[in-house]
Structures are given as structure tokens and as C-alpha cells.
Design a protein around this ligand. Sequence first.
Ligand code: GTR
Length: 323
Amino acid sequence: MKIHARLLATAAALAVLTAAVHGQTLKAADVHPAGYPTVVAVESMGKKLDAATQGRIKFQMFPGSVLGGEKEMIEQTQVGAIQLLRTSLGPVGPVVPEVNVFNMPFVFRNPAHMRAVIDGPIGQEMLDKISASPARLVALAWMDGGSRSLYTKKPVRKPEDLKGQKIRMMGNPLFVDTMNAMGGNGISMGYGEVFTAIQTGVVDGAENNPPSLFTANHFQAGAKYYTQTNHLIIPEILVMSKVTWDKLSAADQALVKKFSREAQLEQRTLWDQYVVDSVAKLKAAGVEFIEIDNKPFFDATVPVRAKYGAQFADLMKRIEAVK
Ligand code: GTR
């Protein structure tokens, strides 16, 4: 019995030692809180990796921006301080300019069109472009970010209503230009600063999808009018630091790819339900959804697509042709 116990203790000590030598913990990060579809899907990926490698690859999720804003987290992933990151493509644009074709206003007709594009050859090409770029990010899978609309303190129905209003946009000059073209003043700012900025009047509103508006509580800071502009439909992405990727064996890389793909599908299912629930909760909380014809906003942003889209002319035609 005693020998058995000692053997067990030795085995346990050896396991710890082996993990220390060969094992590793992947730090994953997200600006969204626990329970958000992206966080849940990436957590399941981590559990699968742990199980498939008998604990050799461990996983820890840092949700809710605890490791920094999205821009800072992208930088940390590039240098390998964060190993896995779920991010919007918005702030990836300044680092990998090729992704900006997906960041343009009204480039997708609706979220279903966006999904058809990312699920097809164009989506795969874009993942490959990111991985091949000098940004040191390995693009593993797409995530869904739905459709972004405007929310403000005063109701907005047409571009003229945005005159003089400061609207927070994600950190990418393309978005500031988009808001300026839509009639407002685009102010670029990190996600974590938006609540206080609305509350203190530093900005008059922002724009996002219903799940983000709901979980970040921006309506409680005073932006209660949600105008259905649907001006940006930006896919999101799961990336691994190239520093980490290069240290994995080919077999482990294959596992990471397989489970990332599964995370993409899981997130999509969770996302659809989360959008429905968020819309219901926002309405119950008194947020007024303003239905509009968004054509004037589409028309107002023609120059933005012309300016940023010129370099992607062929790709834009292919995107448009996707049914
Ligand atoms: C959300 C997106 C986040 C972040 C945020 C923002 O919709 O999921 O990754 O980009 O928007 O506006 O900063």
C-alpha cells in the first residue's frame, strides 16, 4: 500500500515535471465577457485541445478585456504574450491592410451574404493572406459579428440628423471616414472607453451589433436610440500568435485547426440565438429600435468605398457575385 502510494506520488510529480518541460498553457483573450458566444466557443476549443493532448496543451481564457483593449491585445498576440485572440477584423486593418475589403461600409448585402463569402474560397484566401502577412498572426477561423448599427442619445433617421454628433468608431481610419461620410463626426476609441465617453458626453453615440450593445450596457450610459443603419457587417476572427504556432508540432497544429473550425461552427449557432435574445432584452430595457430605409446612408458612403475599394476592385466584384 505504502509503496503504491509512493509510486503514485512519484508518477504525479513526474507528470507535473513533464508538463513543465513539454506542456504549455495557451492564454486566450477576448474583449467580451464570459458567456458571450465567442468566449464560449473558444473555451470549448480549449477543453478539446486539453483532452486530445492528455493535458499537454492547457488553456486559459481571459475574457472581458482583462488583458487590455483589442488593439493592445492584437499587439500582444503578435509578440506571443497572448497565444489565442478572438478579435474583430476592424482593428486588424491597420496591421493587415488586405482585410480592409471586409471592413468597408455596405460591402456585404446582409449577414447571410457575409457568411456565404467567408465560407467560400474568398474566406479561405483571406485567412491565408492574414497568415502569410508580416503581422505574425495565424488566422485559424472566422467568427460572426452580425451587423452594426448606430446608437445615439438623440434619435437619428437620416444622415442630416447626425450633423455635429460625435460617434465612437473602432480604431481604423476607414471607420472614421465612414462615419464622417454618414454625416457625423467619427471619433476612434477603444471599446472599453465607450461607456464613460457616452455618459460624460465625450461622444454622443457609437455603433455596434445588438449583443455588444447589450453586454457593454452602452444604452444605460444614455444611448437609447438604435437606428437600423446596418452599415458595417464585419466578420470576426480567431488568430494564434505565430510565435506559438511555430513551436507546435505538425500534429498539434492540425488539432488546433480542427478544433478552431469546430469553434467557428459552434459560435455561429450560439450567435444567432444571442442576437435574438439581445434584441428582446434591449427592447425590454427601453431601447427604441428605429427602422429606416438605409439607402441614404449607403449612398453617402459611396466615396468611402471608392477611396478604400480601388485597390480591391476585382475582389469586390467577386464578393458582390457571391449569392
Ligand atoms: C464588437 C466586436 C469586438 C470589438 C467591439 C468594438 O462587436 O465583437 O471584437 O471590436 O465590437 O466595437 O470595439
